[in-house]
Design a protein. Structure first.
Length: 296
């Protein structure tokens, strides 16, 4: 009898293992494969007006209709990427406008662009890059997609001034093997007479030092709205296929100092960025100054 009991337990154990293996296989079969999981996390804070928000939205719409982006998204071993479009403002104001979408053809890319073009343009108070990063990471980790690379693409025209410190959110994301790239939009300068008092100097440097990180992380700064669409297009091709296009139109700055061999465009933009470390609480301090607090 003792021997029979052992046999019975072994049989039950084997059955349980087989069932577990079957369940794992079923989960794996149900998971969708892609070359890239990409969260487009787009700033809709009120520091940009309606026209600027519309230009930003149009830049993404045009990008997914452009042949360079379409060719890039089908260039990997899986032949497709998974992308979702999220907008964000202050803490608690994150909106997944378009759910995870597999793009594996020109038709799918155009359909994504058409859907995005139909979405209502909105704006929110405050700028919480940290909240956007946490929300974007949740979107990646909560989906049913398995990809070779996972990237959050953050675009914005200001520093973090709400929610948790941006470095805390960045480090949280990087620990999950998710790369963060940035598209800082430098339109309203401090002291220019325009803006809401939250602007900081050298937003490009701030994004480089405080926001981006991970494998091959980079920023693609926008200094003029007329270059916004080209910069978005270039950035997407870099993220999807790691190919450099139109270097003079939209120079890229990598997280690590780019060697001169990378090309003259990278050298030029590199020289624009001061080398000293940015204050990653600059946005919070600007907000507190505006609210009447002083810093020594």
């Amino acid at each position: 009898m003792p021997f029979t009991g052992v046999v019975r337990i072994g049989a039950l154990g084997l059955a349980a293992l087989a069932a577990a293996g079957s369940a794992v296989s079923q989960v794996q079969a149900e998971q969708r494969k892609a070359d890239l999981e990409l969260v487009l996390a787009v700033d809709i804070s009120r520091s940009m007006d309606y026209e600027e928000h519309a230009l930003q939205r149009d830049g993404y719409v045009e990008a997914f209709r452009h042949k360079d982006v379409i060719n890039a998204l089908m260039s990997g071993p899986e032949g497709r990427i998974a992308v979702t479009y999220m907008e964000w403002g202050g803490e608690g104001a994150t909106y997944q406008m378009i759910p995870w979408t597999m793009i594996d053809s020109a038709g799918a890319a155009h359909a994504f662009a058409d859907r995005l073009a139909e979405e209502q343009i909105r704006s929110e108070r405050r700028t919480s890059i940290s909240a956007a990063l946490f929300a974007a990471a949740d979107l990646i980790e909560g989906n049913d997609i398995v990809a070779h690379r996972r990237v959050i693409d953050v675009s914005g025209d200001g520093a973090n001034n709400a929610g948790l410190p941006v470095e805390e959110a960045r480090d949280y994301v990087l620990r999950r093997n998710i790369t963060i790239n940035g598209l800082p939009i430098l339109l309203n300068k401090p002291g220019s007479g325009f803006g809401n008092g939250y602007d900081i100097d050298h937003l490009d440097r701030y994004y480089k030092h405080c926001v981006i990180g991970g494998d091959s992380a980079f920023i693609a700064p926008v200094y003029d709205l007329k270059h916004l669409a080209a910069t978005i297009r270039k950035k997407l091709v870099m993220e999807i296929a790691e190919l450099d296009i139109e270097p003079d139109a939209a120079p890229i700055q990598f997280a690590e100092a780019a060697p001169a061999a990378e090309g003259p465009a990278l050298t030029r933009i590199q020289l624009k960025l001061p080398t000293e470390k940015s204050d990653c609480l600059a946005g919070e301090k600007a907000r507190m100054r505006r609210d009447g607090f002083n810093f020594q």
